[in-house]
Design a protein around this ligand. Structure first.
Ligand code: SF4
Length: 95
């Protein structure tokens, strides 16, 4: 199946939730979503290379952080990298 990371439901409701319009501008649109959800030990370089020039990378990263998306590459970061960034942001906000 060929679809973007954000599935074929971009700009529509999915499971009762409206999908953000920016998702339609993602550089991953039309790519195999499996690229962004590598198996343990598989490289994430290719997915990150797609994200790097993505025009909605910041929106994607914020969305992933706000929704606690733990898996896959979103906004150019892995789940572990997003958790670390989230902790750093929360510490800065608390300071
Ligand atoms: S940052 Fe990456 S995962 Fe997010 S929309 Fe862009 S290409 Fe897709």
């Amino acid at each position: 199946m060929t679809a973007s990371v954000w599935s074929d439901h971009q700009g529509e409701e999915l499971f009762g939730f409206a999908r953000p319009a920016w998702q339609q501008q993602g550089a991953c649109r039309g790519l195999d979503p499996n690229l962004f959800f590598p198996e343990r030990g598989e490289s994430v370089k290719e997915a990150k290379a797609v994200c790097a020039p993505c025009p909605v990378r910041a929106e994607c990263l914020d969305y992933a952080l706000e929704n606690h998306e733990a898996l896959g590459i979103s906004g150019g970061l892995s789940g572990r990298e997003r958790r670390k960034l989230g902790r750093t942001r929360r510490l800065k906000e608390a300071a």
